[in-house]
Design a protein around this ligand. Structure first.
Ligand code: HEC
Ligand code: HEC
Ligand code: HEC
Ligand code: HEC
Ligand code: HEC
Length: 503
């Protein structure tokens, strides 16, 4: 592209004014030089755009199901690869962004709320995809605690590793079988089960790269796809439930059919649904089921917070026992897909990619921005394509939602901390396990709700009313538990005939 010719800046210094200025002539010369340069640049640009528009794909490297290295794919799709690489950037927003600060130091309430659990000593703000494998390998949560291979599922480009483990453990076929073939699926499921059960140290040796092109794209057609076995199993369980999912029409359609074949996102979902499913592969609540530590998404009753809770209650599951209160606790993990599902944007058909991977123009081509990050760093492309208001206004609308959510969350934290104190006091006053159990049950309910919104990474934005509803319930359960505790302590303090009779 021709460059503008260097401009001779002969403006007189301010301190030395001249009587007969030649300034007007100079301005004319400079301007005409600039205009000429611009015309050249424009012509060059148009020619280049035409060439680019003709050749969107330069197929240089052969990629297949086993190509986990994004650099190889980048040879064919340099624009998307450039964006992908930029996920190393770090920039903070008011309530999010990509600086991996220590959440439990920033807000020390959480050290008490998570007492007795690994999250109490290392729990950071999330950052870009480029770091996912490194951050998992480095967290104290894998060093101070023994973790299963199941952790690997959402932190690496691991599909070939699963399939290889599947073949080694008796699954049919070869690694080159197309992903949607029955043999490949049998390999995937078998290998997934095997790798979930081994130790994290062993599992992480099987992979080299964080999430990569092959995890979301078919190497033959580049069509969007989902590959994560945890998601494929989870979305099937959801389809088989009767929870209405008005934002996922392909599931509603499948439910009305003969149901002979299980729901299969890769062949049944619409393109717009796939633009959220690709992210729902990992940005979801999960737990490790049973001895085999099988990664499971708790969607069997539906996608809502209390439906997941009911699933855990029915399974008799707890993540840990609270150190001081002794309550059987649940830890919520990044339920972005679930919360988004309850919001106005999902209802209006707006996908994760619409906000987190908006189109950008490069030359004459529109590409999806693979620099996945906070949309608040990019409101012009992420929001203003739909919202015809200024950047300041759209940012203010989002931050108003977030500030309100945060204010309720702080009240929830205070209420839950006070309940923990009261449980400890009731124990100190000599309450029996049976007497304490209803208080601990309130503690479990309150903190699950509080954490559900705290662990969700949009500070309420993905579904503002739902977030407020859940936090309202958190505060209510915490205060209900406290009222029970006050009554119990009063009873224990002034012996009633029944307790006096006991001894
Ligand atoms: C209507 C736009 C919109 C949609 C749709 C949307 N998000 Fe978001 N998302 C946001 C905004 C706004 C934030 C808040 C960012 C911040 O606070 O900096 C956010 C935050 C996040 C974060 C945390 C980002 C950070 O900076 O830490 C993640 C992760 C995320 N979203 C994932 C998803 C997933 C997965 C989906 C789909 C299931 C989704 N989002 C759908 C707008 C959207
Ligand atoms: C279902 C998918 C999934 C599984 C399984 C999973 N993670 Fe993550 N992990 C994520 C997502 C999504 C994020 C980013 C959102 C966030 O940080 O809340 C994340 C963030 C992290 C982070 C960075 C932020 C932090 O929490 O400090 C670490 C470290 C981490 N995970 C470790 C683990 C470990 C250890 C395991 C196994 C116990 C695990 N992950 C299992 C999806 C998963
Ligand atoms: C294979 C699992 C996986 C998939 C698929 C995935 N993510 Fe993530 N995502 C993660 C993990 C893990 C992190 C946290 C990495 C860390 O903190 O080291 C993360 C971080 C993020 C962040 C925080 C980035 C920042 O700058 O703070 C956003 C936003 C995000 N993901 C959105 C998405 C969207 C949108 C999609 C779908 C297009 C998606 N993710 C698909 C696992 C995944
Ligand atoms: C977390 C999932 C995810 C990963 C990882 C991912 N992509 Fe994409 N990619 C998408 C989504 C979503 C779209 C939009 C597709 C659509 O709307 O049909 C897309 C679109 C594309 C397209 C179509 C043109 C465009 O820009 O819309 C190309 C080419 C592409 N990606 C290449 C890549 C390459 C190369 C990599 C690896 C460096 C990669 N993608 C990694 C989710 C992903
Ligand atoms: C693809 C289009 C689209 C994109 C992109 C989009 N929105 Fe929206 N947004 C909508 C629609 C549609 C509604 C619902 C309007 C209605 O039906 O009343 C909505 C509603 C909202 C609301 C009102 C929410 C409520 O609970 O009442 C806010 C605030 C908002 N959007 C902010 C944002 C921000 C911030 C971004 C960028 C991060 C964004 N939107 C991106 C289409 C979009």
């Amino acid at each position: 592209m021709p460059k503008a010719p260097p401009v001779d800046r002969t403006d007189p210094p301010m301190s030395a004014p001249r009587k007969h200025s030649c300034l007007p002539f100079l301005i004319v010369i400079v301007l005409s030089a600039a205009v000429t340069a611009l015309v050249f640049m424009l012509m060059g640009n148009i020619a280049q755009h035409k060439r680019e528009a003709e050749q969107v794909v330069f197929k240089i490297a052969d990629v297949d199901e086993t190509t986990t290295d994004p650099e190889e794919w980048g040879k064919n799709f340099p624009r998307q690869y450039d964006g992908y690489k930029r996920t190393v950037d770090t920039e903070r927003t008011r309530w999010g962004g990509s600086e991996a600060f220590q959440r439990v130091d920033e807000d020390t309430d959480w050290q008490t709320l998570f007492a007795g659990y690994a999250f109490s000593f290392d729990y950071r703000e999330d950052r870009g995809h480029a770091y996912m494998l490194q951050d998992q390998r480095e967290t104290e949560r894998v060093h101070k605690v023994k973790q299963p291979g199941a952790c690997l599922h959402c932190h690496a480009s691991d599909i070939p590793a699963y399939r290889k483990a599947g073949i080694e453990n008796g699954a049919p076929g070869a690694l080159t079988d197309p992903f949607n073939s029955p043999d490949a699926r049998a390999q995937l499921q078998k290998g997934f089960e095997v790798v979930c059960a081994i130790s994290y140290e062993e599992a992480t040796k099987l992979v080299e790269h964080p999430v990569s092109c092959v995890d979301c794209h078919d190497p033959e057609t580049m069509h969007l796809r989902v590959t994560r076995p945890g998601f494929i199993n989870g979305i099937r369980a959801l389809a088989e439930s009767d929870d209405p999912v008005p934002h996922l029409q392909s599931i509603e359609r499948w439910r009305k059919g003969d149901r002979i074949e299980p729901y299969e996102p890769n062949t049944m979902a619409t393109r717009q649904e796939m633009r959220s499913f690709a992210c729902g592969q990992c940005h979801v609540e999960y737990y490790f089921k049973g001895k085999g530590k099988l990664l499971t998404y708790p969607w069997h009753n539906g996608l809502k917070m209390e439906q997941a809770e009911k699933y855990y209650d029915d399974e008799g599951f707890k993540d840990w026992t609270h150190k001081t209160a002794g309550s059987p606790m649940l830890k919520a993990q990044h339920p972005e897909f679930e919360l988004w599902s309850q919001g106005i944007h999902a209802r209006a058909g707006v996908s994760c990619a619409d906000c987190h991977m908006p189109y950008k123009r490069e030359g004459a081509i529109k590409v999806s921005d693979h620099h996945i990050r906070s949309p608040l760093l990019n409101t012009a492309r992420a929001c203003q394509v739909c919202h015809n208001v200024t950047e300041d206004e759209i940012l203010a609308r989002a931050e108003t939602i977030q500030d309100r959510t945060r204010a309720l969350m702080v009240r929830g934290q205070t209420a839950t901390l006070e309940l923990i104190d009261m449980i400890v006091m009731a124990k100190g006053a000599g309450a029996t396990d049976d007497q304490i159990a209803p208080l601990q049950s309130d503690h479990r309910k309150a903190e699950w709700r509080l954490d559900y919104i705290a662990a969700e990474n949009s500070m309420g934005f993905h579904a503002d009313q739902e977030a407020a509803r859940i936090l309202g319930e958190a505060i209510d359960y915490a205060r209900q538990g406290q009222i029970k505790a006050v009554k119990l302590i009063a009873e224990l303090g002034s012996p009633t005939p029944a307790s006096a009779g006991g001894g």
